[in-house]
Design a protein around this ligand. Structure first.
Ligand code: 6PG
Length: 241
């Protein structure tokens, strides 16, 4: 098991600023080392202010955006203009404000339907590892669009259609195989409503019996960072932090 590196920040705004700085620094480092960076963005609400912070000149200006390939960890099966689209959230919060090359933005075409979109995205994603993968966690312990009830979480596929217990139901998600093949994984967790589940996830990791999708995020590189704030850490006090 990868021992989670948990980094706790005083509050949401401290978390937002710290994560945006880490992402900027890691992208720049990857571009320096490899000439490019394959970045996969998370959806949901937690990353939006982080993307907005990353789009600010003091951070965005440190990145050679022409060398950044942008992917997503998951998407709802809706069009890019739909208000629930993860692409739309990241576009309005970040990508519309930085000089990323349009052909380097690889969105999941959810409007094609789960199976067709997953097949197509598997080709787009290819076999190359992601350099930087951002993930969130739901209060049920899901991550990306891999839910506790998702069948065959151990699939060899890199991208799969899934079904969410909450609308929008039809989803496309990178698999645990693709997640655990990423070079660096950042799990962002904020909000007291997730504290209990995060404790359960960390217990599962510690016991070596991970069943919840978020607990099965175990990158083979070993570079796994849980970035949380006090709304969650407070609850986790009993655990060694
Ligand atoms: C999605 C996400 C999902 C998200 C969690 C947490 O499409 O919904 O990719 O995995 O990260 O549901 O969502 P919040 O950040 O909104 O709590």
């Amino acid at each position: 098991m990868v021992e989670p590196d948990i980094r706790c920040h005083a509050d949401v705004s401290a978390l937002v600023d710290a994560v945006a700085r880490i992402i900027a620094e890691r992208i720049a480092q990857r571009v320096r080392e490899r000439g490019s960076c394959r970045l996969a963005l998370a959806g949901g609400g937690t990353p939006r202010p982080i993307y907005e912070r990353l789009a600010q000149a003091d951070l965005a200006g440190t990145i050679d955006w022409a060398r950044v390939q942008v992917f997503w960890g998951d998407e709802r099966c809706v069009g890019p203009d739909n208000e629930t689209s993860n692409y739309r959230m990241a576009y309005t919060a970040l990508l519309a404000h930085v000089p990323v090359t349009e052909t380097n933005v690889h969105r999941i075409e959810g409007e094609r339907g789960p199976a067709a979109a997953a097949r197509r995205y598997a080709k787009t994603l290819g076999d190359q590892p992601l350099d930087l993968l951002l993930l969130g966690m739901g209060s049920d312990g899901h991550t990306a669009s891999l839910f506790p009830g998702t069948p065959d979480l151990a699939t060899a596929e890199r991208v799969i259609p899934t079904r969410s217990p909450v609308a929008p139901v039809d989803r496309v998600s990178i698999s645990l195989r693709a997640i655990n093949g990423a070079r660096e994984v950042y799990l962002l967790v904020s909000g007291a409503d997730k504290a209990e589940r995060l404790a359960e996830v960390l217990q599962q990791i510690e016991s070596g019996e991970p069943t919840l999708p978020a607990a099965r995020v175990q990158p083979r590189s070993g570079l796994l960072y849980w970035l949380i704030d006090a709304t969650v850490a407070q609850y986790l006090a009993p655990l060694k932090l």
